[in-house]
Design a protein around this ligand. Structure first.
Ligand code: MTE
Ligand code: MO
Length: 423
């Protein structure tokens, strides 16, 4: 058995230092380009271009995003560049699982159309004991299948609140809280695929890569979307998923096969995976160096360790600015989740944070998933009101009043002020 590192972050934290000493290889990106990316990451602003590829953004309010295949009805989605955010109010009557037609989409470029019958997964690299191995779609489906409920959440979810609540500048897509969805994924274990491919004892990193177009931002060629996973995580609970909520994966969510990396940042869940490099030497890519690390005043100049787990958040299933009649009992609903541990409790305030009370949890809290909750409210006096929800997870962490700033606005965890009106 392989030994498991004591902490994912400590293990991963080695990578950039190894790379700067020449002990890690930058897979698929020029060393100079990676240095430019790193320099840009430590200042908010210059990187904004990476979130918005070169083609024209749709006109404001247009119901489609370039490159997303599924319909994006405006009552369900808010289009942000190449991405579509789920409006939380549109989840109010959905169950624990997010239907695929309401699940947010985060695309660096455009959704590729891939024929499952022609698709191949190639597993290769210095960390294998033998040559490259190919899997067809049918071969992957013939492996033992695992089913798992897990959220996929963008590391930048809620990023816009750094600006609107904390008056801090950040770069990247201005998500509110809807860059998350929870689905029931079915697929093969990545560990089964790696073992069948002959992973060796000296393998340290596993680098899945998407078949979507190469990413170019601010003149820096980043190559295809890819992010190394430490081998301990790759052999733990990662799936190569081919089904979402009992149906084949839809094109926008990775058809025919994507990674599901429970509890980790969205970027780890590589869609449209085409090959996986298994490496005996540490790997870096733009997505674990200049991107998806924390830069800013509270962090070392080379940034934090690459992000692994998601943080803790809560959201009301209420439209922003919604009106509630005075004196009429309301059942407020919402969801809370944490990448660190199952949610333990959720508290709600309907008076801007003066008084707090427990919300009723509607689901058994589970790791890697969210819980639905509800709380009664009888609006007292006409005028503006602020709804707040804050979760505590089983590690004992509670959402703070303010999130610690980082230049790219990742991992916002503070309580969000949800402004409504009593009429
Ligand atoms: N190949 C590929 N995989 C990808 C991406 C991408 O653009 N290309 N985006 C990543 C990011 S940043 C997130 S948050 C999730 C979003 O998954 P979804 O679009 O299915 O909601 O996919 C990840 N996997
Ligand atoms: Mo993301």
């Amino acid at each position: 058995m392989r030994s498991v590192p004591p902490s994912e972050a400590a293990y991963d934290g080695l990578r950039l230092r190894q790379w700067s000493r020449g002990a890690a290889r930058s897979a698929g990106i020029d060393r100079r380009d990676l240095l430019r990316l790193l320099a840009a990451a430590s200042a908010a602003g210059p990187l904004a271009g990476l979130a918005a590829p070169a083609y024209a953004a749709p006109a404001a309010g247009a119901p489609s995003a370039p490159g997303i295949v599924k319909p994006l009805p405006p009552e369900v989605f808010t289009v942000r560049g190449t991405n579509a955010e789920t409006n939380f109010a549109a989840l109010r009557r959905t169950g624990l699982l997010t239907p695929a037609d309401r699940f947010f989409v985060r695309n660096h470029t455009v959704t590729p159309r891939i024929d499952a019958a022609a698709w191949r997964l190639t597993v290769w690299g210095s960390g294998l004991t033998g040559p490259a191995v190919e899997f067809t779609y049918d071969e992957l489906r013939a492996l033992p299948a695992v089913t798992r409920t897990a959220f996929v959440e963008c590391a930048g979810n809620a990023r816009s609140f750094y600006a609107t609540q904390q008056n801090q500048q950040v770069s990247g897509t201005a998500w509110t809280l809807g860059a998350i969805g929870t689905a029931r994924w079915r697929g093969a274990r990545l560990s089964d695929v790696l073992r069948r491919a002959g992973i060796g004892r000296d393998a340290v990193d596993v680098l899945p890569r998407g078949l979507d177009d190469e990413v170019v931002g601010d003149g820096i060629r980043l190559g295809r979307v890819r992010r190394p996973l430490p081998v301990a995580k790759a052999l733990d609970d990662v799936l190569l998923a081919y089904e979402m909520n009992g149906r084949p994966l839809p094109p926008d969510h990775g058809h025919p096969v994507r990674l599901i990396v429970p509890s980790w940042v969205g970027i780890a869940n590589i869609k449209w995976v085409g090959d996986i490099e298994v490496s005996a030497e540490p790997l870096v890519s733009p997505w674990n160096t200049g991107l998806y690390r924390l830069f800013g005043a509270g962090y070392p100049p080379e940034g934090s360790a690459p992000l692994t787990r998601q943080t803790l958040k809560s959201a009301f299933e209420v439209a922003p600015g919604a009106s509630f009649p005075v004196g009429r009992r309301q059942v407020l609903t919402g969801r809370s989740w944490s990448g660190g541990a199952p949610v333990r409790t959720v508290e709600v305030s309907t008076d801007g944070g003066v008084r707090w009370r427990r919300a009723r949890l509607r689901d058994q809290p589970r790791s890697g998933s969210w819980v639905r909750w509800s709380a009664d409210w009888v609006p007292g006096a006409p005028g503006p009101a602020v709804l707040l929800a804050r979760a505590t997870d089983r590690t004992g962490r509670t959402q703070p009043e303010a999130a610690v700033h980082n230049t790219q606005g990742y991992l916002f965890d503070a309580v969000v002020r949800h402004e409504v009106r009593v009429v």
